[in-house]
Design a protein around this ligand. Sequence first.
Ligand SMILES: Nc1nc2c(ncn2[C@@H]2O[C@H](COP(=O)(O)OP(=O)(O)OP(=O)(O)O)[C@@H](O)[C@H]2O)c(=O)[nH]1
Ligand SMILES: [Mg+2]
Length: 328
Amino acid sequence: MTGPGRRGRRTADVPALVAAARDGDARAVARLISLVEDASPLLREVAAALAPHTGHAQVLGLTGSPGVGKSTTTTALVRALRAEGKRVGVLAVDPSSPFSGGALLGDRVRMQDHAGDSGVFIRSMASRGHLGGLAWATPQALRVLDAAGCDVVLVETVGVGQSELEIASLADTTLVLVAPGMGDGIQAAKAGILEVADVFVVNKADRDGADQTVRDLRYMLSLGGRHSEAGHWRPPIVKTVAARDTGNGIPDVVEAVGKHREWLESSGESARRREERAAREIEAIALATLRGRLGDVHGSAALSALARKVTAGDADPYTAADELLAEL
Ligand SMILES: Nc1nc2c(ncn2[C@@H]2O[C@H](COP(=O)(O)OP(=O)(O)OP(=O)(O)O)[C@@H](O)[C@H]2O)c(=O)[nH]1
Ligand SMILES: [Mg+2]
């Protein structure tokens, strides 16, 4: 508990780090993200110091099947947003990977494009080492990037499983990427991705079948769901060739995101989403705290005593669980 690393972290000057991060110091940003990722003892102080500086960044989630072109599209979007003079953060999140940085190393290499640009912060996150899971760590990292003055934060998540959908729900605008000939349309419908998509991006539009994929998506959207209700946002479908240097279709993505943002503001959905996000965050922290306390209880004398009562038939397990919770 008192290793050199830990001691070093305890003595970190949080206000100075936050001030440096706000000035755009990439090392300070990285340090702060590490502090929140590792659930450092300074976590609470960091969270409190960040809070007054948050609420500015627009969070864009990118999700879709492996290999669909999320990283390539992210890189192209970073380039487009930098051209507009925006400060940009990128979080590459892999909920399934136990290796921090391993599977995402390729992303980092490709992102070297932006290395040396002080207006871009890039960070990979995997599930290893996150006490409360990525659902807990990702919003903390978002807060750091937000406080660091990022106008836009792009969150790339791998796959279309449940945890990816959870991370997608952190975003103000969620881009769902599909590619021709990957059977993505059908998979997407199964995974409930029609519900989370704010913008569909049919990437690899240089390949055969892109127009068919657009038609498939259009057809699926016509079948109903929350999008078809009056006053709701109807996700546009944009074709891109992200791999091309010219980033074909990328300006259309930027435009679609802008329109969605306008709708978010005018409909009040923006505030609703942000509140829901905060509620989940509070819940996740509370659950992690409870789990931690339960961990302390596991193997404790109090639990053993309750277990004896239950086996002896002196108490039912529900009553025993209530007693245990009351002790927390
Ligand atoms: N033909 C074509 N290839 C593309 C396009 N966009 C990306 N690719 C290629 O598709 C491959 C996968 O792209 P990535 O951006 O790594 O895809 P990803 O979705 O981030 O992949 P994971 O992170 O592994 O899930 C790469 O070889 C890209 O060069 C495109 O528009 N057209
Ligand atoms: Mg990728």
